[in-house]
Design a protein around this ligand. Sequence first.
Ligand code: TUI
Length: 315
Amino acid sequence: MIKTTLCEMLGIEYPIFQGGMAWVANASLASAVSNAGGLGIIAAMNSNALQLTEEIKKCKALTKKPFGVNIMLMSPFADEVAKVVVDEKIPVVTTGAGNPSKYMQSWLEAGIKVIPVIPSTALAKMAERNGACAVIAEGGESGGHVGEITTMALVPQVCDAVTIPVIAAGGIADGRGIAAAFMLGAAGVQLGTRFLVATECTIHQNYKDRVLSAKDIDTVTTGKRLGHPVRSLKNQFTRDYTIKEYDSTVSNEELEALGLGKLRAAAIDGDIKTGCVIAGQIAGLVKKAQSCKEIIEELFTETETILAGANKWVK
Ligand code: TUI
């Protein structure tokens, strides 16, 4: 079985995180991933302090294994949920969409292991200086809010820039991707898109079906004009948004308003036409629904086979 330094550091069996996806990563999904030996992560994203506390309690009832919470730093509730993770003694916090510096001291004093998502070497170095125990280097292949650099280019550069373990994210959905991440120097991986179709993932079936039918070129980013590009599956929403994004008569405020509530519409209500169906570029590889346990075991069986030299092209 593949073990890395991350397993020991976090008390997990497999060096894999489930991404803290907004409107997706709830107690059901996070507990299933943790019970399967990975690190399940609850997304605080759309929750206020009370809602996050409830979700954490549900997760604690469903697993005795460690799980994490992801704090989306652009969330209007970031300050209040930052306190919840301390009160609830969450062992691991990941952050996204910003710089977590202002919360680091209180989290570290509470004994929380902090693992920020970073899209550049500069932010990785800053995270290490501020006490992060690892970083998640997320390439632009990912779903959701994305940076410019691809996983292939970002991961080895981040590995050279810091001494703490690096977790690779973006464009990984099978054992080939995990093996490649190890080759680039990563100590673990974070997957989002593959877990969207997990049986324990409670999003609307329409969303899951859309991911299962996705092809390689089906994702697009929108929102670059506002400085926050978001990758999702092409649909009526992305077409309308793109037209308005390139129309100078449309104000930034109008554009912001256009995106409001669209992820919830897709994930909860199943509106995959005018909602924002977030998924990464690797969606085209995701072809079957499985339990989190099946997904994780299959991923690492494949990884082991590949790392043992079973690549058919190698002479
Ligand atoms: O955060 C994500 N993925 C997300 S967040 C999200 S919700 C959202 N909706 C509309 C606009 C923006 C967000 C949906 N998916 N992944 C982690 C991630 N973090 N990707 C990129 C970053 C990031 C970007 C800038 C991390 C740090 C950062 O720092 C900038 C700075 O200097 O503060």
